[in-house]
Design a protein around this ligand. Structure first.
Ligand SMILES: [Zn+2]
Ligand SMILES: [Zn+2]
Length: 97
């Protein structure tokens, strides 16, 4: 057992130094009061003609990146595939008319 205590940020810094990957955990970061900064938008890539933009953020303390994998972005991607279905249906209706 070791009685050495280090901060979480220090722990991650050491992990990185050791070349070990760790799972980004935005929820945990927010719990610890870390600030997440926007890296900008990325294409959601939900379908072939996807025009959706999702926000990608990273933690300024641990340097974690969420790669756009957030519940908000999951909704955007879900909406996109749903919209594509509706448009396909509308196109079929027009053909039938
Ligand atoms: Zn963090
Ligand atoms: Zn899309």
């Amino acid at each position: 057992m070791s009685d050495v205590t280090i901060s979480e940020a220090e722990y991650h810094r050491l992990l990185k130094k050791a070349g070990e990957a760790f799972e980004p955990n935005p929820a945990k970061c927010r719990e610890n009061g870390h600030v997440w900064k926007s890296l900008g938008g990325a294409n959601a890539g939900c379908c072939r003609d996807c025009q959706c933009s999702i926000a990608v953020s990273h933690c300024i303390v641990c340097g974690d990146c969420d790669y756009g994998e957030t519940p908000e972005n999951a909704e955007i991607i879900k909406d996109c595939s749903f919209r594509e279905e509706l448009e396909a249906e509308a196109a079929l209706d027009e053909e039938a008319a």
